[in-house]
Design a protein around this ligand. Sequence first.
Ligand code: AMP
Length: 401
Amino acid sequence: MNKLTIDDLDLNGRRVLVRVDFNVPLDEGGRVRDPTRILAALPTIRRILDSGGSAVLMSHLGRPKGKRDMSFSLSPVADALEDELGRSVKFTDDCIGQEAEAAAGSLQPGDVLLLENLRFHPEEEADDPGFAEALARLGDLYVNDAFGTAHRAHASTHALAHSFPGKAAAGCLMEKELRYLGAALADPERPFVAIIGGAKISTKIEVLRRLLRLVDSLLIGGGMTYTLVKARGGRIGDSLCEEDKLSVAGEILSLPEADRLRLPIDSVAAQDPEAAAETRVFPSDDIPDGWRGLDIGPVARGEFVAAVSEARTVLWNGPVGLFERSPFDVGTRDVAEAMAELTRRGGVTIVGGGDSVAALNIFGLADRMSHVSTGGGASLEFLEGKPLPGVEALTDREEGQ
Ligand code: AMP
């Protein structure tokens, strides 16, 4: 990685302005329902405090559309962070202005301050330099640990980094994300297998093109299977199909590397996924009308598990079936378990994308992967090979301290 990381900064006695991703789900009572993202930020926060610095944390939560909408307040996150961190967390009602500056100015080494939702100000999403300047007054150093929003050029992820020339660094989580995803793409231990699933092919076309050039095999699962099968002339019954993506699916099938692409040979299908009274297994390219492919079939499951077992690096994005509903979770579970076993045997397993991470959490296997990416959209854009503005804006290693 050619960007400064938090390890390169002298944190002692410094106020460190940290962009974290505290965009957590809240329950009806306004409490944090899932603290995963808070836990993911702890290594960076602890590093700052343990090194004699203080932390000024900033984040967005939800989409308040530039208005002060208290249902998107970060105040419940301050409480949850206190519990996780085991020390008190100060909170300011606005992320800029006098109150925020006074609170940041009074921080002592070891103190933590969380600012109110950045997106209460429309200038945040507009990447406004004046707003970034107002934020910059709150810290001596800048650290971006919000991989999940690194694909957005917003004031706190982009303009703000430019207010800290020579001292804008990646946090621990950001660094880990870039290290795992970057190494998988640049120099993977082979065989390198990718598994791409999910409902739609439309969001993953560029990822498929790029991965096909890099992997030894690319296994397809999930609803996107059927657009590809239909493009190849198969019969998909009532399975999910993006008609307007048939021609681009055909282009992918005729790429020079298309022999690395493996579609599931069979599918578990149902007539009505809601009722799921009866399921049947059909060849994925011969599903009768009235039936919908909702999971990879038993032969495909065996092939997917074998491909994972023989690999040394596996990258997985998107469930291979309607995993939220039994019995269509079996394929996704088999993939997750085979990956957990590969991790145990020393292979590299990387999971990205909100739904595959949700599946891992349901199966209780998240901590059995080498790396679980916290950023769905950001990890897809990274895999596509697009530069991430929140990473680009950080200080290059050679210009740093
Ligand atoms: P995506 O957001 O495109 O990654 O899609 C994730 C969603 O795809 C999850 O909610 C899955 O339940 C769903 N999904 C996976 N396989 C299928 C399938 N064969 N038919 C319909 N939905 C599916």
